[in-house]
Structures are given as C-alpha cells and as structure tokens.
Unconditional design. Structure first.
Length: 184
C-alpha cells in the first residue's frame, strides 16, 4: 500500500517474474522544471511550453519520462536476470489531496521502498516501489545480455535489405519431366 501525493502523482503497474506498483510524486515546481528542461532540450521554444503544472501537456510529458525510466528498469531485469516483466502505460493525476493505492494481488510479504530525488534547482520528487519480497535464485550460470545498439541494428537491417535475393534453385529433372508430360 502506497499513495499518490500532490501536486502530480504518477503510477504504473508491472507484472511478470514479479509484480509491483511504481509511483512517482512530483511537486508542482519539480514537475515544471523537468517538463521545461526536457522540452527545451528537445528544441522547443520557451513560448510553446505550458505555463501551469495542471496542463495536460505537463502530465503527458511526465508520463513519458516515467515510461522511459520503468522501461529501462524492465529491460535491465530482462537482460541481467533473464526474467520477463510487462508494464502498463503510466497514469498521471493532478492532485490536491493524497490518494491511497494498493495492488490487488496475493502478496505474501509486501515491501515498499521510497527514494528521494532532487532536480538541478533542488526541487524534490519521490519514487515509491511496492512489490512482494522477491529473491532471485540462479538455477544455472548465464551471462547477462548486452544492451542492444540501435545504430548497429539499423545498419544490419540495411545490409540485409541490400543483399540480392538468392536465385531460385534449379528444377530437378523429375519435376521437369512431370510438367512436360502434363503439357506445360
């Protein structure tokens, strides 16, 4: 059990090798700083940015950032622990009161962790993780998979597309004889 707190609360459920709930609570100042810096670094002008943390655009950007963070986490879990986790789309709420959330799952030993983060301008936000106590036991030795390089994958796809298609195999004489006997 954990909670969404003002000013913006984001939550996301994940399921698979283990299940849980991730929540990020942003103050209005932290959300606006992260939103502004993200979009300004993407090339948007300051005049095109939303002026209030209650704007849908701010929530959408914060949801995208949360999706990237949790996506990176699930990718690392898949590569390093060889287990699979799926996640839903983050949900964002602009709040003026605290909202309690709990995962409706059979958790034998629920655990919750809270981590505090500070932005460049010392605005604070929190990440909370609620999961069942999980211990990973290695049944056999395996090496963690490397992070795929998108540029290398694109180059490989271009090389495969540029290769000429293999020539059709020469017909066997039995096939030719059959076709001739049928008048073809």
């Amino acid at each position: 059990r954990t909670c969404l707190k003002p000013d913006i609360g984001c939550f996301l459920l994940f399921d698979g090798g283990f299940s849980g709930l991730v929540i990020i609570n942003f103050s209005a100042q932290a959300a606006m700083e992260l939103y502004s810096n993200y979009l300004l670094n993407m090339g948007m002008s300051k005049s095109d940015l939303a002026s209030s943390y209650t704007a849908d655009e701010v929530s959408n950007v914060m949801g995208e950032l949360m999706n990237q963070v949790v996506g990176d986490f699930t990718g690392k879990v898949h590569r390093e622990l060889h287990t699979h986790i799926t996640q839903n789309q983050p949900k964002m709420l602009v709040l003026n009161k605290q909202v309690m959330l709990s995962v409706d799952a059979n958790l034998d030993q629920p655990e919750a962790r809270r981590v505090t983060f500070y932005t460049g301008a010392n605005n604070i936000f929190y990440l909370e993780l609620a999961i069942d106590k999980t211990e990973f036991v290695k049944l056999y030795d395996f090496a963690p998979q490397e992070v795929p390089d998108p540029d290398a994958l694109i180059a490989q796809a271009h090389l495969q597309a540029a290769e000429p298609a293999p020539a059709p195999a020469a017909s066997s004489s039995d096939t030719d004889d059959l076709l001739r006997s049928l008048g073809m």
